[in-house]
Ligand binder design. Structure first.
Ligand SMILES: [Zn+2]
Length: 282
């Protein structure tokens, strides 16, 4: 069943043959409540002891280095970084940011061409990912990638006018808060299973299973994993891939993390403001 964070509006022009896009998805049932709450936010107890003699500097340095958590990347608030953190607590800065190196990846498109661009580095990785899948009999296509601030403003405002803030925020990002605005996100489809486009059943398709096991090898993570809504702010989206580079993606995959947890950032289930800033609406 499609969810609205990723649903494209049916009036968007489609120049490429593909499955019909749904216009009014029904809200998904509430995801199963997660039993892992506190453990996810528990910080590692890595405070180095300061009780050693001062002259033991070499030993102390070695111990300190060992105690510090090592990870392939840190979060960034530079929107041009492939490690930029975008969620309900971290809007892009500037809020109408647009990448300067958007390109069309050479992959099958199943949506409006206007939403098919990604940043150059992510495009090359996406091409490799889908080619690797193709070599193993997986038929994947691209449904939606870069969405501009203006476009997100348009679809958010339209939905907001129809159903109000709470129902709109449930699945759809406010303008300036969407990962799709970074140019590093890609929604993919199992071409043989168009009914599972932007739906949780994508995870059960051969392509969905393959993506879950292989996306990290090409620098992508499943950004909104199952049971992590209390951290990411979004229900399970097995089709939504976020490019972060191979090293980071492998560590996130191996740890079973969200990006928030991996980067030691607070959970972002909600916006600070209950109502969207009127400037975000049009
Ligand atoms: Zn998406």
């Amino acid at each position: 069943m499609p969810t609205e964070q990723d649903t494209l509006e049916s009036e968007a022009p489609s120049t490429i043959p593909g499955p019909t896009l749904t216009s009014e998805p029904e809200p998904s049932p509430s995801p199963t409540a997660s039993t892992e709450t506190a453990s996810d936010e528990t910080a590692p107890d890595a405070t180095p002891s300061l009780e050693h003699e001062p002259e033991e500097t070499e030993t102390q340095e070695a111990e300190t280095q060992e105690a510090e958590p090592q990870r392939a990347s840190d979060p960034s608030w530079d929107p041009d970084s492939i490690h930029v953190l975008a969620n309900r607590q971290n809007p892009l800065d500037p809020i109408d940011y647009a990448p300067s190196d958007l390109v069309y990846p050479e992959v099958p498109f199943y949506g409006p061409e206007s939403a098919m661009q990604v940043r150059q580095e992510a495009a090359a990785a996406l091409e490799q990912l889908l080619a690797a899948g193709d070599a193993q009999g997986m038929h994947l296509g691209l449904v939606s990638a870069y969405r501009s601030f203006d476009y997100q403003q348009q679809i958010y405002s339209q939905r907001h006018a129809e159903v109000g803030t709470e129902a709109t925020d449930l699945y759809m990002s406010r303008p300036g808060y969407s990962e799709h605005q970074t140019g590093l996100a890609a929604d993919v489809i199992s071409i043989a299973n168009p009914d599972c486009m932007l739906g949780e059943c994508f995870a059960a398709t051969p392509e969905g299973q393959w993506v879950a096991e292989n996306a990290h090898k090409h620098g992508f993570v499943i950004r909104y994993p199952q049971g992590k809504e209390h951290i990411t702010g979004y229900p399970y989206e097995p089709w939504h891939l976020r490019y972060v580079g191979v090293e980071t993606a492998q560590e996130v995959y191996q740890g079973g993390h969200t990006l928030e947890k991996y980067w030691d950032q607070p959970p972002a289930p909600d916006y600070d403001e209950p109502e969207p800033n009127p400037e975000l609406l049009n």
